[in-house]
Design a protein around this ligand. Sequence first.
Ligand code: ATP
Length: 221
Amino acid sequence: MAKKQFAVIGMGRFGSSIAKELTGMGYEVLAIDSDEDRIQELSEAVTHAVVADSTDEEAMRALGIRNFDVAVVAIGTDIQASILSTLILKDLGVATIVAKAQTELHGKVLSKIGADQVIHPERDMGLRVAHHLVSPNILDYIELSEDYSIVDLKAPAQMVGRSLKQLDVRAKYRCNVMAIKTGSNMNIAPYADDIIREGDTLVIVGKNSDLSQLEQAYSEG
Ligand code: ATP
């Protein structure tokens, strides 16, 4: 299978970080920005960098944007440009569009007009930091929906040496341990008898209110 090709529009902090990381991972990346200086700065760090206005349909067509597997719209401040660009990419037939939203309403509009994935970087990072502050064992927090999330929990001392059956988070907190990470090894089908070791990370899915109880119960760890 051919490697995915990515177009990233808007080389602010968010967009340029995505573009550089993807390039570093060996993917072909087309970075687009209307600001020549930004493109100049990035030209060495990504596969292709071009100056173009993503609200100009002809310019996007000329770049062959529809041939990219994924286009990321990383324009933030100019909400109108973000919406218009997403609409144009959709019309031109880009397979997958990921768009960055500045506000909840902006995000709703982006979904409505066809963005396949809407990202709220500041909101989501704020959420993660808040959970990490309350419970330093929470390494990551991913919202699945309004009510459900996945957390990466660094095994607290109280868990070490005990089996999943003994911990019984399913009965106690109505949460499910989906996987146990031990170093670079990932056990994605843990058994009830599997023992938690020091340094392990548990990947747990559950309702936000239940996860919250579990986090608090293990916050001292
Ligand atoms: P970040 O928080 O990621 O730094 P931001 O949310 O502040 O970014 P902006 O700075 O508004 O986002 O926009 C990011 C980039 O998008 C800028 O470099 C800007 O030049 C570019 N940009 C804005 N409008 C367009 C457009 N119509 N076409 C191409 N690039 C655009």
